[in-house]
Design a protein around this ligand. Structure first.
Ligand code: NAP
Length: 256
């Protein structure tokens, strides 16, 4: 690993990393040398994820803490626990997120609030608490996991689209206030990623051919496609990259 991308000795928190994209990003940061704190809501699933990953890394390099990223109190307690028990938090990946599919006319305000608080407010709450220590130390990296829906809309996912669009502007707002304090805050916007969760869409011939036709790279993304950009944005290799949202989408958002 080139020194520029080396994360050895740095403590990272990846929210929503008990499974899915967050889990792969956590593994990628650990492979680059970071000590990684996994997070999720379901304690049993989180403990299993920690055990599965810990076997591949040095003792103590993989830790975990279950807390609800939508709670201001839990976010403050979670960050304080990490700073006190693991190390000064240098890398935060705001990845936890949920989807809710329903036509806009049928969208209940409770579901709107649930999506907005998990996909947008959480990044404010966890980011704010993480930034306190980062600013005091004069360094830190925050990576907000956005989506192609940061820039584009589709029917039935209005709350998600609104939240992910907001997350890009929160990335800019954090940059406006914290970049001068030595922090770099950027977004990663994944396109359509082939995971267990999207296997049914890959298997759906009509949807799959729409994706391939709509994507200049003519394929689905993989979780591994996201790891390099995440390590870059977590490392010294991106020290003058501020407030950007990088689309990792095979070119989907640059064509019609
Ligand atoms: P996923 O497999 O459904 O995993 C979601 C993770 O978030 C789980 O670890 C879950 O924990 C955690 N979580 C949910 N609510 C939480 C809360 N209130 N507090 C703490 N943790 C919480 O999701 P994914 O598909 O990997 O997506 C991860 C991120 O990438 C999301 O922000 C999503 O919008 C974005 N994204 C995904 C895709 C894609 O193709 N999948 C594309 C673009 C963007 P539990 O296990 O405890 O429930």
């Amino acid at each position: 690993m080139s020194g520029l991308f080396d994360l050895t000795g740095r403590t990272a928190l990846v929210t929503g990393s008990s499974r899915g994209i967050g889990n792969s990003l956590a593994r990628g940061l650990a492979e680059a040398g970071a000590t990684v704190v996994l997070n999720g809501l379901n304690e049993a699933r989180l403990a299993a994820a920690e055990a599965a990953m810990a076997a591949d890394f040095a003792p103590g390099q993989i830790r975990s803490l279950a807390f609800d990223v939508t709670s201001d109190v839990a976010a403050a307690e979670g960050i304080a626990w990490i700073e006190g028990n693991v190390g000064p938090l240098e890398i935060l990946v705001n990845n936890a997120g949920i989807q809710h599919r329903v036509p806009l006319l049928d969208l209940d305000v409770k579901d709107w609030d649930r999506v907005l608080s998990t996909d947008l407010t959480s990044a404010f709450l966890v980011g704010r608490e993480a930034a306190r220590g980062m600013l005091a130390r004069g360094r830190g990296k925050i990576i907000n996991i956005c989506s192609v829906q940061t820039d584009l809309a589709r029917p039935t996912i209005a709350a998600y689209t609104a939240a992910k669009g907001g997350l890009r502007n929160l990335t800019r707002a954090m940059t406006a206030e914290w970049a001068s304090g030595g922090l770099q805050i950027n977004g990663i916007a994944p396109g359509y990623i082939h995971t267990e969760m999207t296997q049914n869409l890959v298997d759906d011939e009509k949807f799959n051919s729409w994706i391939l036709g709509r994507t200049p790279a003519n394929r689905w993304g993989t979780v591994q496609d996201l790891v390099g950009p995440a390590v870059w944005l977590a490392s010294d290799a991106s020290n003058f990259v501020n407030g950007q949202t990088i689309f990792i989408d095979g070119g989907m958002t640059v064509v019609v």
